[in-house]
Design a binder for this molecule. Structure first.
Ligand SMILES: [Zn+2]
Length: 468
């Protein structure tokens, strides 16, 4: 009898635990979910202004930002222009004639258009913004001007600045999901400044209402709330302009490897050639600015390549010291707009198109006389005449005791990595643009043109993910 009761208690406890589990899990998922509102720093730090003029066709309403959102405190519908300035360490508000409206709008004081509930706009420095303007006195005793609005509406003003509104809708939708997921990565970067993200390339470029287009709003609306998830969590997402034929693993670009940010062969990024010439005296200045005291430059050579075929180490020899620049440090020291990607060769002269084609190791089939380039897919015919589709990057060749990858991403032996640039300059010849991690925007555009959906585009560029 006692044993039976014990059994029942055990069953009851198990059911209770299971019930609790079902309740706890969604709550946890909720906790890591996407923020409904976002604060974007338009002006902050020592570059913030001492005063600012805001206007709104419908007049204003003053309020406070709380955990729950915007709370109205003082309606000001009669004023279509107000001037905020710092007085006695507080943000004070005057009308255009200098009449005081509020001596202190409060620590989280925020101005919204009187018709903000009907998407009324605020104008600041000839640009229109949705939501409200949070005004703070910062540590440099300047004003921080922060746009506070719904995160989905923030995305309306981001997409076109990251990918032109004229591109196919499925590419714009992939960009919308990536931009939304990137908020998860960049959210909180500026907590110390009193906001969540800035409006420049440091976070994501944001242009407010004037950067909105029907196509970009459609892309955001049709992917509302969708994020990239990896291993049951919303995943940090990166994107770049053009992969140059092979995306990069994040561990080979910055620091920690992440499963969903693994490099892969990218047949969709169109050819994006570039070249750059850096004279040794300029190079020395760049290195000095970065804290390397090499003395006058003697030579530059490639010290290694990563699994994507990109340069992982650049060796610069000076008459005082030799510097090894590794990973993205190469681009950040030499200039990211100059050295567009790390898929490059170097030389003392321009290598031309042939110099670039050897950057991405190709897989070719040959009968000994003719050669043919193999694309992403190869078809293997079995004994029973069954065709099997294989990704050419995954194809292996065996002689029975040794197996090797057919398509190697190792540097082909004819790549002139042994070239040492000496004299007075180094010439870079490369393909691709950006850090190469995650989605290639040019590749996404090409995939959309070929009929792929945003979901397929994201699944191609991010490994083992869910979009939900
Ligand atoms: Zn930022």
């Amino acid at each position: 009898m006692k044993g039976k009761r014990f059994q029942w208690i055990t069953i009851l406890l198990t059911v209770c635990i299971m019930l609790l589990w079902t309740f706890i899990v969604p709550l946890e998922a909720e906790a890591s979910s996407f923020p409904e509102f976002i604060k974007i720093g338009l002006k902050y730090g020592s570059t913030g202004p001492s005063d600012c003029t805001l206007s709104s066709k419908s007049g204003f309403v003053l309020g406070t930002i709380t955990e729950e959102g915007f709370k109205e405190t003082l309606p000001l519908p009669a004023y279509s222009t107000v001037v905020a300035s710092i007085e006695n360490g507080h943000v004070a508000l005057h009308d255009q004639q200098g009449v005081l409206l509020s001596a202190n709008i409060g620590v989280n004081g925020c101005l919204a258009a009187a018709d903000y509930k009907e998407n009324g706009l605020i104008t600041y420095e000839n640009a229109d913004y949705r939501g409200g303007m949070l005004l703070l006195v910062n540590s440099s005793n300047k004003l921080s001007i922060i746009n506070y609005l719904k995160t989905e509406e923030y995305l309306y003003g981001v997409i076109h600045r990251e990918m032109s509104q004229s591109f196919p809708i499925e590419a714009l939708k992939a960009q919308a999901v990536a931009a939304r997921s990137f908020v998860m990565e960049s959210y909180g970067r500026h907590t110390a400044d009193g906001f969540d993200v800035c409006s420049s390339t440091h976070c994501q470029v944001y242009g407010g209402y004037n950067a909105e287009y029907p196509s970009t709003c459609q892309a955001v609306n049709e992917t509302k709330g969708l994020l990239v998830w990896s291993k049951g969590e919303p995943a940090p997402v990166f994107y770049h302009k053009n992969s140059g034929g092979h995306t990069q693993s994040i561990g080979e670009v910055w620091s920690f490897p992440m499963n969903h940010l693994t490099g892969k062969v990218d047949p969709y990024s169109p050819n994006y050639p570039w070249s750059a010439t850096i004279y040794f005296n300029t190079l020395e200045q760049k290195l000095t600015r970065a804290g390397y005291l090499t003395g006058s430059i003697q030579s530059v050579k490639i010290g290694g390549r990563n699994s994507a075929g990109a340069v992982s180490k650049l060796i610069i020899e000076g008459n005082k010291d030799t510097v090894n620049l590794e990973k993205e440090k190469i681009r950040s020291v030499l200039g990211t707009s100059l050295v567009r990607s790390r898929h490059f060769n170097i030389g003392t002269e321009y290598l031309g198109r042939d110099g670039m084609s050897s950057l991405i190791a190709d897989f070719q089939l040959s009968n000994g006389r003719l050669k043919k380039d193999v694309g992403e897919k190869v078809y293997v015919l079995s004994a029973g005449d069954k065709l099997k589709e294989v990704n050419s990057a995954e194809l292996h060749i065996t002689n029975g005791n040794k197996t090797i990858k057919a398509k190697t991403t190792e540097t082909p032996s004819d790549t002139p990595d042994s070239v040492v640039a000496t004299g007075d300059k180094v010439i870079f010849t490369g393909v691709g643009s950006g850090h190469g991690v995650g989605m290639s925007q040019d590749g996404a555009i090409e995939m959309a043109k070929q009929g792929f959906t945003f979901d397929q585009i994201l699944h191609f560029y991010y490994t083992d993910i869910e979009v939900r």
